[in-house]
Ligand binder design. Structure first.
Ligand SMILES: N[C@@H](CCC(=O)N[C@@H](CS(=O)(=O)O)C(=O)NCC(=O)O)C(=O)O
Length: 215
């Protein structure tokens, strides 16, 4: 399998962390796509992913799977038993809901803030920006952080008792928050305690070095 990605990106981090959690990191090779030159918006890349985003998983038969959630679902079902997306109908439903909520309420708003209220990927890529909209999304992300702090005051992981794809998505929100220097308020103690636990996982510690030949 080939993964077209950007080795510092928060969304690629979601798939890299999933690969490590599933022990699949040696089954893939990475192809770096330089977002800062706009390579992901050119026809040859759009043919891989209409949405022009990373990561994209390329299968041996030439098929392309984009969208981090879809890629994680695919990877999680390569083994004998899913470990990140749930095994029972109830687990799968709750994990899907909390993963989507992590995108809608936390990770995606930070991404919009990055693209609209900061220089983002630079003028060659950010062809339209609306700083007010970006700031509103920043505020939405901070509301999302408060929500997940409340969730994590009631249970050890984002979607319940065990680690799942939904935890990885909230970890990616922290990665993006760090990139844009968005401070997650220190009084959100349950969220920060959870993040400290996540940060101790080898998959979270090692995602940046995955696929590097010099390591
Ligand atoms: N919904 C997509 C979003 C992916 C996404 O936004 N990826 C970023 C990569 S990174 O910023 O996380 O490195 C991207 O392609 N951004 C390029 C752009 O938005 O122009 C997913 O879940 O895969």
């Amino acid at each position: 399998m080939t993964i077209h990605d950007f080795n510092r990106g928060p969304f690629p981090a979601r798939v890299r962390i999933a690969l490590a959690e599933l022990g699949l990191q040696d089954k893939v090779r990475f192809v770096e796509v330089n977002l800062r030159t706009g390579a992901h918006k050119r026809p040859e890349f759009l043919a891989k992913n209409y949405s022009g985003t990373l990561p994209v998983l390329e299968l041996a038969d030439g098929a392309f799977i984009a969208e981090c959630t879809a890629i994680t679902e695919y990877l999680d079902h390569l083994g004998d038993r899913p470990r990140l997306t749930g095994t029972t109908a109830r687990e799968r439903g709750v994990i899907h809901m909390m993963n989507k909520r992590a995108e809608i309420e936390f990770l995606d708003p930070i991404s919009v803030y990055f693209h609209h209220a900061t220089p983002g990927l630079g003028p060659d890529v950010e062809l339209y920006q609306n700083a007010e909209w970006g700031e509103r999304m920043r505020d939405k992300a901070l509301r999302g952080a408060r929500y997940f702090d409340e969730v994590l005051s009631q249970r050890p992981n984002v979607a319940g008792e065990t680690f799942s794809m939904a935890d990885i998505t909230v970890v990616a929100a922290f990665i993006f928050a760090d990139i844009v220097k968005l401070t997650i308020p220190s009084h959100l103690g349950h969220l920060h305690a959870w993040h400290d636990r996540m940060s101790a996982r080898p998959s979270v510690q090692g995602w940046r070095d995955m696929g590097r030949s010099d390591r």
